[in-house]
Design a protein around this ligand. Structure first.
Ligand code: NAD
Length: 492
């Protein structure tokens, strides 16, 4: 990827966007402006789905499912088309990455890999898995044959957030389609463009009409209609706990659809004095919160540092943080891009102001920057002297804000680590293998990083414990979310 290639795409005109339903564009009755976080300017619009549009998309998905054109196709056939889709995503990677950055503000050095390339890898992974996924013969008495079939469920609705729309969208859409379901996807209103493009690529790859549909618009209208639909069988969601709670209510009010929730986090990153390389720990910890301006579900937003090294480590970390290159997300050298929306910027600044009022000390950052560009940028912010009762310790900011709390000994570290409602991710920096294993066993979260922060790939699940959800995206386990198990009990 060269800067000159990015520049060619930076300002291309993006026409007003329509929904993608039943293999073709479907114009909305009204549109929503799309603002770029880079300069705060409107650069296109998306359609605002009504309940009727959503019902149309669900009906298209149901019809395609019932016809068997996809669900009953040989797994090898679905694999072929999904592999083609992966190739097409890769072929359009730069175009998709730039479009996505203009829409959501993530720095392109991260977005290029984390969005199109990761989405392509995800489609490839589940395409490859689908013709290697067997049913079971149960260990019954010899006069009976017990078969366990895995069957596609029907219509899967996916509702996704704005921070990594293609990556997170692919984590849901790829296994759902691979298993033979038909899908209706609703992107976040501030990050819909790449997912609309994905639908067109899926069509080009040969997915039959109605198998993959995208409706755009607000959560309150389009998302709610999808979640309340009586004809959606599974709802796979990534987003905030507030909306996650509503989705469970909608499922209860409608057809008891299966609901998978991938929610927020307030992940502890614990640095012990015996960590093998404190320079590395400081650098990785800073980037572990400030990449994508902190708009990362697993961001290590609560640094817990052993008292003996707290002062020195805080100084090191603050120095690294204040040198992180924030700026134009389409510049290849930018390390942290823009905040997704004006309201998200305001929200992050509000958290900092309240933390300072409650006794936290702003060591670096704490303010908006580059206001003259019209874009939404915030300086990486480090807050020290944070205690466990403070809001900033307990609540997810989803912005470039790191809180630091010191501890004495392993027991206190664990108590602090487990003292929020969340349980998404954690980090432990220590030179002791025994301590690392004790912490892995005792920290209540879906992933524990040891002597690193934030690494992962498709081979391992990503999902929360406690109020961080129940969804578990990625890995072979995610495929099982989109099957029904059916038992055949045959008397011989
Ligand atoms: P959000 O919950 O506000 O919105 C997520 C999606 O839900 C959007 O598409 C939105 O339009 C839709 N929505 C909003 N209200 C709705 C309603 N009433 N009915 C149906 N749908 C509705 O979240 P966000 O601000 O877009 O994303 C940030 C959140 O996502 C953070 O909490 C973050 O931690 C979480 N997240 C979690 C993971 C994970 O894997 N666990 C990954 C990324 C982001």
């Amino acid at each position: 990827m060269q800067q000159a290639d990015i520049e060619k795409l930076r300002s291309t005109t993006v026409p007003a966007q329509s929904h993608w339903i039943n293999g073709k564009v479907h114009a909305g009755q009204s549109n929503l402006d799309v603002y770029s976080p880079i300069d705060g300017q409107v650069f296109t619009s998306i359609a605002q789905a009504t309940k009727q549009d959503v019902d149309l998309a669900v009906a298209a998905a149901r019809t395609s499912f019932a016809s068997g054109v996809w669900a009953k196709a040989a797994p090898a056939e679905r694999k072929k088309k999904l592999l083609k889709l992966a190739d097409l995503i890769e072929a359009h990677a730069l175009e998709l990455a730039v479009l996505g950055v203009r829409d959501n503000g993530t720095e392109i050095s991260m977005a290029y890999k984390a969005e199109p390339l990761s989405a392509a890898a995800t489609f490839r992974y589940y395409a490859e898995l689908i013709d290697k996924s067997y049913g079971e013969i149960a260990p019954t008495a010899p006069d009976v044959l017990g078969l366990v079939h895995k069957e596609a469920i029907g219509v899967v609705a996916a509702i996704v957030p704005w921070n990594f729309p293609l990556m997170i969208g692919a984590w849901k859409v790829a296994p759902a389609l691979a298993a033979g379901n038909s899908v209706v996807l609703k992107p976040a209103e501030t990050a819909s463009l790449t997912l609309l493009h994905l639908a067109q690529l899926a069509h080009e790859a040969g997915l039959p009409p109605g198998v993959f549909n995208v409706v755009t618009g607000t959560g309150a209208v389009a998302g709610e209609a999808l979640a309340l639909s009586m004809d959606v069988d599974v709802l796979a969601f990534t987003g905030s706990g507030t909306v996650g709670r509503r989705l469970l209510q909608y499922a209860a009010q409608s057809n008891l659809k299966r609901v998978y929730l991938e929610l927020g986090g307030k992940s502890p990153n614990i640095v012990f004095a015996d960590a093998p390389d404190l320079d590395k720990a400081a650098k990785v910890s800073a980037y572990g919160i400030f990449r994508n301006s902190g708009q990362v579900c697993v961001a290590g937003s609560r640094l817990l540092v052993e008292a003996a090294i707290a002062e020195e480590f805080t100084a090191r970390l603050a120095s690294i943080s204040s040198n992180i290159k924030v700026g134009d997300p389409l510049n290849l050298t930018t390390e942290a891009g823009a905040i997704n929306s004006a309201s998200q910027l305001e929200k992050s600044l509000g958290f900092v102001a309240r933390a300072a009022a409650q006794g936290g000390t702003v060591i670096t950052g704490g303010h908006r920057i580059f206001e003259h560009t019209g874009g939404w940028y915030m300086a990486p912010t480090v807050l020290a002297n944070v205690t466990s009762e403070m809001e900033i310790f307990q609540q997810e900011v989803f912005g470039p804000v790191l809180s630091i709390t010191s501890f004495s000994g392993e027991d206190e570290a664990l108590r602090l680590a487990n003292s929020t409602d969340f349980g998404l991710a954690a980090g432990v920096w220590t030179g002791s293998l025994s301590r690392a294993h004790r912490m892995i066993g005792a920290i209540n979260s879906g992933v524990v990083h040891v002597n690193t922060y934030g690494g992962s790939d498709l081979t391992v699940p990503l999902g929360g414990h406690r109020q961080s959800g129940n969804g578990h995206d990625k890995s072979a386990h995610a495929l099982d979310k989109f099957y029904n198990l059916k038992t055949a009990w045959i008397q011989l």
